[in-house]
Design a protein around this ligand. Structure first.
Ligand code: DC
Length: 643
């Protein structure tokens, strides 16, 4: 499983140019396809969902030309799709599936529409019921009310009144409205039940208007499309930045100091999710806004909890759920039943993952309630849901964490984590690597002490693994066995004390036997993998000094200061000899030197994470230095690096 480990964050500020809005992108593509003539679409979102739509339009015989960058030329066909028989795969793109179903059902032809397994669990029955009232011939290929679908040529009876439910997903109404001009007659759509996510209908109406079709609206209950309505290309159309994507960056500014500015959406936006800024302001954030930009800063006293009806911002509301981790009090997000039928059951997923971090969560059929707590590191599952991955990145202000399957952000924001990294600053790490007995442990601990940073003795983890394996009777060469043990190692570091399975370890991991055992288990790739996140979880505020063999190369490659600390083998053997004698162990200098050379060879010649000086690491040879001198040198470098 692919993953991304995030260190704890200390601040956020900067500016982000947003990718195009998913909702607008896919609406624009479809309406361009339903228009007569060419439309140049600028700033289109490049993502999985828009790719599904572009592929579908190509498969239907429409002209789709990539003009470079985010710009495309679509040649429409006035609502008659040139290809009359096709099987379309639409992934998990609801914004492609629903409107295409409606347009293809009314245009006529023989089409099969499919998606990924989750798409086949997302309801579509209300839309199909609406289309059938117009005479559409649609069969469910698996379960009643759900994709996949088979659309057949039918005798569409235009005109009259179509009733559609609006309380499960507003995309059903959107799909119908966008397709109805194809009938050529006056059609009235009556919404049954309370219409949810109304701002998305506003996007639909505004986009249709750009393509020359005006929908008469009577409250949120009745929509009329007049006979003779037909789509006309606007020539060139620009896609706004994605307001839902803006929510993560505004929240970063509100939690991490700010200001964080997003460019591409603002006061003039047609997207309802810009209202997220108001929700964030209710939490205390300082918001500034221009026609096409927004900016957020943290309030002096920190964020406060809110109790909000989020029906109008269902997607951006997920960002409020993780921002709630940093607000004083209990936050309640209400009227979000639609979360249950999105990319995943978002209420259940959100509750499960927030609890993993230590938050107190209550979930109901249509609400979620979050009470913050001291967060602890956890691996967050993302359920193939881009928004789960993006909104949980905010939790890194409270703890280092792992995001599983981070590439799922490609659905709407392929380079999200790169932009995230550009506006956030992580708790700093000083990585000190070097061979056994080079004195790096002593130096690292003192540097950590002087700076008030945490200290990670990564070698101790390998030593503890070797000790635990011995205690459990697992051979040090048994890779799967040792790795299994390493993954669940019950270790607690408390000052200079180390507890293994609740018992004080003391010098039991410092014997020559455990030095050899540690070196052996450390050469096993699965063991290193099992200990990876455990080490990165030390990357907390205000900072960390980590010592080992691969601190700068593998565990903390982003460390702002890397030191390669070494000494001649003879000097190191002598130091080890003195250490052992002082502790009352018996020792032989020649044997120690030979052992050390053997371990050096194993640590530097192994295939995974071998000991080596990184190109960006500073060399510190301590053969002729006192500990004091070595510590002072590292502290001087730390000052130079502004740590
Ligand atoms: O630093 P130390 O002597 O306590 O390390 C014990 C063993 O663990 C050593 O043989 C190398 C290995 N080790 C490692 O492979 N990677 C680290 N980051 C730290 C130690």
């Amino acid at each position: 499983m692919d993953f991304l480990d995030l260190p704890q964050l200390c601040s956020a500020s900067g500016s982000v140019r947003l990718p195009g809005s998913k909702s607008i992108s896919n609406r624009v593509l479809l309406l361009a396809a339903l228009s007569e003539g060419e439309t140049e679409v600028r700033d289109l979102l490049a993502s999985d969902d828009t790719e599904r739509m572009l592929d579908a339009l190509k498969a239907l015989g429409l002209g789709v030309v990539h003009l470079g960058g985010e710009n495309w030329r679509i040649t429409g066909s006035g609502g008659r799709f040139p290809v009359k028989q096709a099987e379309l795969f639409l992934g998990n793109a609801g914004t492609a599936f629903r409107p295409l179903t409606a347009a293809l059902a009314l245009a006529g032809g023989d089409y099969v529409l499919k998606g990924v397994a989750r798409m086949h669990e997302r309801p579509i029955g209300d839309l199909i019921d609406g289309l059938r009232q117009l005479g559409a011939d649609i069969t469910y290929l698996a379960n009643e009310g759900y994709p996949p679908l088979h659309l057949k040529p039918a005798n569409i009876q235009p005109g009259g009144v179509v009733k559609v439910r609006g309380d499960v997903s507003s995309q059903f109404l959107t799909g119908l409205l966008m397709a109805l001009p194809l009938t050529g007659e006056t059609v009235v759509v009556e919404v049954v039940g309370e219409l949810i996510s109304k701002p998305y209908i506003e996007i639909t109406l505004a986009t249709m208007a750009r393509f020359g079709v005006t929908v008469e609206r009577d409250g949120w209950q009745r929509f009329t499309i007049r006979a003779g309505s037909r789509y006309v290309s606007p020539g060139t159309i620009y896609v706004e930045g994605d307001a839902s994507s803006a929510s993560y960056f505004l929240a970063l500014g509100a939690i991490g100091g700010g200001p964080v500015r997003v460019e591409g959406v603002g006061r003039d936006s047609i997207q309802g999710d810009v209202k997220f800024a108001e929700a964030l302001a209710e939490m205390g954030a300082q918001i500034a806004m221009g026609p096409n930009w927004m900016e957020a800063r943290a309030p002096a006293g920190g964020l406060v909890a809110v109790d909000l009806d989020c029906n109008h911002i269902p997607d951006a509301a997920m960002t409020l759920a993780t921002a709630a981790l940093f607000a004083k009090g209990t936050t309640t997000l209400r009227n979000i039943a639609s979360w249950r039928v999105k990319e995943t059951d978002r209420i259940a997923a959100m509750a499960t993952e927030l609890r993993k971090l230590g938050a107190e969560v209550e979930e109901g059929a249509d609400y979620i309630r979050v009470t913050p707590a001291a967060l602890h590191p956890a691996a967050i599952d993302t359920y193939d849901d881009h928004r789960m991955a993006m909104c949980f990145s905010l939790a890194a202000f409270g703890t280092p964490l792992r995001i599983n399957d981070p590439k799922c952000v490609a659905k709407t924001f392929p380079d999200y984590f790169e932009r995230f990294a550009a506006v956030t600053r992580a708790a700093p790490v000083i990585a000190i690597d070097g061979p056994s007995a080079s004195g790096k442990g002593t130096v690292a601990a003192r540097v950590a002490d002087a700076l008030g940073y945490a200290y990670l003795d990564s070698g101790a983890l390998y030593r503890l693994t070797a000790l635990a394996a011995k205690q459990a009777g697992i051979d040090w060469a048994d890779e799967a066995g040792v790795a299994g043990l390493a993954a669940v190692l019950d270790v607690a570091f408390s000052g200079s004390d180390i507890l293994l399975n609740g018992a004080l370890v003391g010098d039991a991991i410092r014997t020559e036997e455990m030095s050899a055992g540690a070196s052996k288990v450390a050469a096993l790739p699965a063991v290193r993998e099992a200990l990876l996140f455990r080490q990165r979880a030390f990357n907390t505020l205000p900072g960390l000094v980590g010592d080992g063999r691969d601190m700068g190369s593998v565990i903390f490659p982003q460390a702002p200061l890397k030191v390669f600390l070494t000494a001649s083998a003879e000097a190191r053997a002598e130091r080890r000899y003195k250490q052992l004698i002082e502790k009352g162990f018996s020792a032989n200098l020649a044997d120690l030197l030979a052992d050390l050379q053997q371990r050096d060879a194993r640590d530097s010649q192994r295939s995974v994470a071998p000991l080596r000086q990184e190109a960006d690491a500073k060399l510190l040879d301590t053969t002729h230095l006192t500990i004091e001198q070595a510590v002072n040198q590292v502290l001087a470098w730390a000052r130079e690096a502004s740590l």
